[in-house]
Design a protein around this ligand. Structure first.
Ligand SMILES: Cc1cc2nc3c(=O)[nH]c(=O)nc-3n(C[C@H](O)[C@H](O)[C@H](O)COP(=O)(O)OP(=O)(O)OC[C@H]3O[C@@H](n4cnc5c(N)ncnc54)[C@H](O)[C@@H]3O)c2cc1C
Length: 464
């Protein structure tokens, strides 16, 4: 295994994960570091950061997929960007193993300061059929695939004679009533209803959307009253919302719910929570009972003996103490609002540590509230005691996230998408065969040759 060593002229700050926290923290470090003071290396399997709050709108077609991601090389000028996955971490010896995308040999990368920003992964439960049949929504590719899958199902169902098959094709199940789950359900229901109107042989009554939530309420980020309003709103739109209900089995896309109901569904979207990135399990860094990196409020990693030198973490992969006292169990909830604010604190502290300073900033943020889009012109918001519903909340959601996506360049592309959609109407185009792009060429290459005939010249053909 090759070892990429530091030049030793400069220390290396290694950022594992170029997501929301990793990108913004690296940008702040690059601004603060003097020329030649340190190398900032960012390792991520994707050459871009995904702005996850926009995944539901990518799935609905309101935003072009490429505009909801932030290219790392363009927005991290001066950093070393490595496109690969960290597969293990040896902090005692200060190196990680990186598996490059594209199948090259894994290599070791050493560092002086480690920043863990690897985020979270879906928390899938051992439900029969789930791993085989369901799809999550953490990645841009999933949002694109979901959109095409749903719209293609309408095209196919429109020609189906068999009622059972048609019902299965047009039944869409969403498990998990958190913010992300409700947003993706509501955005997709909105676009599917609009697309159904364009099919002569389909009606809204043919389509069934189901939300399954294990708790007695949805969206814990908003008040009980707001959450109840969202349930009523979804039900008014014809969506079946089941509370205190579990998905028990979905083998071969046959769903069995804990309330006794059984039905076939061609689409099962799992959005029932996240867990810290499992790469931490393959490390010698301290983690808690939920697999999260244990850190102090100054974002230094700590174990039972105190601070672990030269290791830092925040965002979804860490248990960051919430000094405002608002977080459940005393920790910050895993969301973008915290990640983007933890990033500058983390960057300042890492640079301070590199310069031998011993005073570090503490992370403190009082949750501002939450805004969610529920489809075109529909939303829900809670900012402190201020509550909004409908078009006002939807405008707040768009305004906030359009501004919050890193870089003015991406903000302008996002607003450009929205303006174009407003002027031209909703785009319900789906693309086929994105997962098998060679299909048409392979079919052409294997097609029968034309039967052999004596060639006739053009004059003969004209006289014939
Ligand atoms: C559908 C959806 C909607 C959301 N909506 C909101 C919202 O409205 N408001 C809000 O506040 N929050 C929202 N969130 C949550 C928010 O996006 C996350 O909390 C935030 O992105 C966390 O930032 P992070 O940097 O910790 O993790 P991420 O942004 O997930 O970044 C982690 C990075 O690590 C990389 N990585 C993973 N494994 C490895 C590895 N082995 N080696 C190297 N790199 C690795 C990943 O590719 C990724 O780029 C939403 C999330 C989803 C999924």
């Amino acid at each position: 295994m090759a070892l990429i060593r530091n030049s030793k002229l400069r220390p290396r700050i290694l950022v594992v994960g170029g997501g929301y926290l990793g990108l913004v923290a690296a940008q702040h470090m690059l601004k603060q570091l003097g020329t030649g003071e340190a190398t900032v290396t960012v390792v991520d399997p994707n050459p871009y950061m995904t702005y996850q709050p926009f995944l539901p709108e990518v799935a609905s077609g309101a935003i072009e997929p490429r505009h909801a991601v932030v290219p790392l090389r363009r927005h991290l000028k001066g950093a070393e960007v490595v496109t690969g996955s960290v597969t293990s971490i040896n902090h005692a010896k200060k190196f990680v193993v990186v598996e490059p995308e594209g199948g090259d040999e894994p290599f070791e990368l050493d560092y002086d300061q480690l920043v863990m920003a690897a985020g979270a992964v879906p928390r899938a439960l051992p439900i029969p059929g789930l791993a085989e049949e369901a799809i999550g929504l953490k990645r841009i590719e999933e949002a694109v695939a979901l959109r095409d899958h749903l719209l293609n199902r309408l095209d196919e169902a429109a020609l189906m004679d068999n009622d059972d098959e048609r019902r299965k094709a047009l039944t869409f199940v969403f498990v998990g009533g958190g913010f992300a789950g409700v947003e993706i359900l509501a955005e997709l229901e909105d676009v599917v209803r609009a697309a159904v109107a364009q099919h002569e042989t389909l009606t809204e009554a043919d389509v069934r959307f189901v939300l399954v939530e294990a708790m007695g309420r949805i969206m814990p980020e908003v008040s009980e009253g707001q959450a109840r309003w969202v349930v009523d709103h979804l039900r008014e739109r014809g969506i079946d919302v089941y509370l205190e209900t579990f998905l028990q089995d979905c083998t071969n896309k046959h769903c069995k719910l804990s309330n006794g109901e059984e039905f076939d569904a061609d689409t099962i979207v799992w959005s029932a929570g996240v867990k810290a990135n499992p790469v931490l399990i393959d490390s010698d860094l301290p983690i808690d009972e939920r697999g999260r990196l244990t850190v102090r409020a100054d974002l230094r990693v700590e174990d039972e003996n105190g601070v672990v030198a030269d290791a830092w973490g925040a965002g979804d992969n860490a248990a960051v103490p919430d000094l405002s006292g608002m977080g459940p169990g005393g920790y910050c909830v895993p969301n973008a609002q915290h990640a983007v604010r933890q990033a500058p604190v983390l960057a300042a502290n890492v640079v301070a540590a590199l310069r031998g300073e011993t005073e570090f900033k503490q992370y403190f943020h009082k949750t501002m509230g939450s805004v969610a889009g529920l489809g075109l012109y529909k939303g829900v918001a809670q900012v402190g005691d201020f509550e909004a519903r409908g078009i006002v909340a939807w405008a707040m959601h768009r305004g906030y996230h359009g501004w919050a996506i890193p870089s003015a360049e991406r903000t302008s592309r996002i607003f450009g998408n929205w303006v174009l959609n407003f002027l031209n109407g909703r785009d319900t185009t789906s693309l086929r065969d994105l997962d098998v792009p060679r299909k048409a060429f392979v079919e052409a290459a294997h097609s029968k040759p034309a039967p052999k005939k004596e060639p006739k010249d053009a004059k003969e053909k004209a006289n014939a």
